[in-house]
Design a protein around this ligand. Sequence first.
Ligand code: PMP
Length: 361
Amino acid sequence: GANRTYNFCSGPAMLPEEVLLKAQSELLSYQGCGMSVMSLSHRSDAFLSILSQAENRLRSLLNIPDHYHVLFTQGGASAQFASIPLNLMQPGKPGGYLDSGYWAQKAIAEAERYGPVKVVASAAESNYSRALLNGEYSVGAKLSYLHYTPNETIDGVAFPDVPQSGQVPLVADMSSCILSAPLNVADFGVIYAGAQKNIGPAGLTLVIIRDDLLERCGDRVPRLMNYATLASQNSMANTPPTFAIYMANLVFEWLLENGGIPQIEKQNQRKAELLYNAIDSSSLFTNAVEQGSRSAMNVPFSCASAELNERFVRQAEQAGLMNLKGHRSRGGMRASIYNAMPYSGVEALVNFMQKFESQYV
Ligand code: PMP
């Protein structure tokens, strides 16, 4: 058999083994057609049916209402940091942002290149150890949109509630939490996510947009970033990332076959609880995030010294627990435990942590 490890990378992340095996089984000849799915014309019936199946499966997983478009695009969430202001900013109305951590700040910095930005609230005073809660800030009506980052991948902070933005369209960077728990799409103007955590391989970016917002997208927006163009061309404004869409379709199928989002949320909660309990009951490891703001997807933790952290990461790797090094800007460790991380992977990590602790405490 293959020499597999548990991969705790923040992204690209693990994919479900069933999905990899299915892709392997039809890699050389997709459904007997004599060529790899990677080589199918994006205009072929075979690919068009993959594309529409992927969209339909996503719609059923998330109960996406009919007045929303699903766009399959490229450039990662980072390209969306520009696409959002370019498409949605209206004259005289700044883009509103909640500054909740590393990725929110990246979104803010990019938006500032294109128009006025208003930071509505910031978690800086807490050193980004907690989410921004409804009632702590007011949004007002004079914003083009309100952008937030429901799950801060690096800080390990998750918003417990959806921000109340009134009539202002809410825009969410769901790169590291999409498909991990139920959500009400109708609460949002735009949802976007890079694929490489909970959707599939890198190279695909998902956008879900409420139809009325397509009217804002002006002619000066680069064609491949223009939501109205992507929508009217059915995500085929140029060659789409066909293989990544095929893989996403298999991941959506896997989710549906395993009880959909409610079921995966239960598993995600069990995994997160196991890991946070291990951290909280340890005298070696700490996590600085406030209880109600802890992410179920990305769990940062650390020991008291950089030297111990390095030793932990190195020894964990020797035990087949990969990519536990924290983000270069934050140090320490971080375990990303997205949908495809099995419970047994978190158990293996917790067992390793306990063994490591017994050596040093
Ligand atoms: N936003 C969030 C919340 C992320 O986690 C990431 C990637 N880790 C990004 C944006 C950037 O994504 P990409 O590399 O796909 O541009």
